[in-house]
Design a protein. Sequence first.
Length: 294
Amino acid sequence: MLVFALQKLLPGDPALMIAGEERDPKVVEFIREKYRLNDPLPVQYGAWVTQIAQGDFGRSLRTDVPVTTLIAQKLPVTIQLAVMAMIVAILVGVPAGILAAVKKGTITDYLANFFALSGLSIPNFWLGILLIFLVSVQLGWLPASGYVSPARDLWLSIKTMLMPAFVLGTALAATLMRHTRSAMIEVLGADYIRTARAKGLYERTVIMKHAMRNALVPIVTLMTLLFGELLGGAVLTEQIFSIPGFGKLVVDAVFTRDYAVVQGIVLCTAIGFIVMNLLADVVYILINPRLRGA
């Protein structure tokens, strides 16, 4: 927490030194009083929890801007990037996993597994730099970096976020592909799948209506966890593409020792994980009729 971290700064920390001289002791004492550093630790923690319960995350030590204001500015950017990355991952990873499971042991299965291995092995920062060089510098198809709000220009905003979303989505697609393949292979060997085929149903109906629906439960769990990680901020990707999201905000806050901002982002990330897991439980009921009956 902020109060615990600030105690390491006071007194005599290089962060409080100007031109090699320590600041006025009166200033140090003022800061200790302002942040309740003279109170016992349980009192400090209780005061912090009370402020958080009231929606007060404190103020930035560097800019003196409320942390809630900074989060409100950066969170929509990260949400947009996370949504676009998940769309890329779902459109690529899920169909590839289904196809690999249906064509198990064929060249299609081997190619899908090679794609998954490549997506997991290629570093995001290297792929991002490579795309900037090829797509932006050499071909000039997409902007190299920056961010444009959808409210200002929707199409330009999509073009600006397309490359970073692809960089993040490639790694997520590889993970989704492997889990989708495993879930589909397990479901395709079930008795009710053989019964559906014995009834003369089309293979496409068997796969999409019977197999895929039952294989979605573990995939939905993975999707929510991956989306929660994206909300935590894709630090390297946002730094490479100069996207002013959670990742860039937390990196800047760490380097400037802006503890209030760091703990505010961490707290919001934890809340995001909780919300996504709750959403996964709701989706389970929607896709699995047996849970609705229970």
